[in-house]
Design a protein around this ligand. Structure first.
Ligand code: MG
Length: 255
């Protein structure tokens, strides 16, 4: 069931979403060669808690047996890592790209957003991947208006990515968001014939293209979390929490 939010509830979601946006801004300033993803994680967790919020991802329940719940407050995914990278002692290197996904919970609602950042000087091809991933989000939300269907958003994202010579990850998708981190509906980043629900006022969605440089195929590492590209090529991620209104969608995680 898709849970629609009242105007008042969407206002409450602005708060968690704003904390996520501010945390991402902090990360953007800190990303540089030599910093570890664990340092970024600690700084973000401290920041989120200083605002009275809770990091949504910390302790998130694993879907596989014998896998620990997610230990980080951020997902930090470097180069060929697609999503759900676990923060650790790996230092960022010049030329890397890093995807950071952050969730925060306050006043009963979650906010969720992700960005991919360059570390130092990156290749033109890596920059193009980052740019196209972001662009595909904005192509998608052109259709995030009342009366359109979810598949219209998905199709616009897929077309933008494919036209640029990249591929879309299929196993992980965007989602409704609100009192729960992951609510219905699922929002694939490719044409998925089953996602034909109509968009309506009060729907709050996390739309999040995950875009690969090479094959769309992925695998999950033995830690049960980290998703990587099957061919070892780069992957980028761009996500915002949005709300469907009578007119244009509100992007809650952009300040
Ligand atoms: Mg998400």
């Amino acid at each position: 069931m898709i849970v629609k939010k009242s105007k008042n509830e969407i206002d409450l979601m602005r708060k968690s979403s704003e904390i996520v946006a501010l945390a991402l801004k902090k990360v953007e300033e800190l990303v540089s060669p030599g910093i570890t993803t664990l340092e970024l994680d600690r700084i973000v967790e401290e920041f989120i808690r200083s605002k009275g919020a809770i990091p949504s991802f910390k302790g998130y329940k694993a879907i596989y047996p014998n896998v620990e719940n997610f230990p980080g407050s951020i997902c930090s995914s470097i180069n060929d890592e697609v999503v759900h990278g676990i923060p650790g002692l790996r230092e960022l290197k010049d030329g890397d790209i890093i995807s950071i996904d952050i969730g925060a919970y306050i006043d009963g609602f979650h906010g969720d957003a992700a960005r991919t950042y360059p570390v130092g000087n990156i290749s033109p091809e890596a920059q193009k991947l980052i740019d196209v991933t972001k662009q595909s989000f904005f192509e998608g939300i052109k259709y995030a208006t009342v009366g359109n269907r979810i598949i219209d958003i998905s199709s616009a994202i897929e077309d933008c990515v494919v036209k640029s010579g990249f591929t879309v990850v299929r196993e992980f998708v965007g989602h409704g968001i609100g009192k729960e981190m992951h609510e219905e509906p699922q929002i694939p980043n490719y044409r998925c014939r089953t996602q034909r629900a109509r968009l309506d006022v009060g729907m709050t969605l996390a739309i999040e293209p995950m875009v690969n440089q090479g094959t769309h195929e992925i695998k999950v590492l033995e830690n049960g979390w980290t998703v990587v590209t099957l061919d070892g090529k780069l992957s980028a991620h761009y996500e915002n929490t949005i709300a469907i209104t009578e007119e244009h969608p509100l992007i809650l995680t952009i300040l």
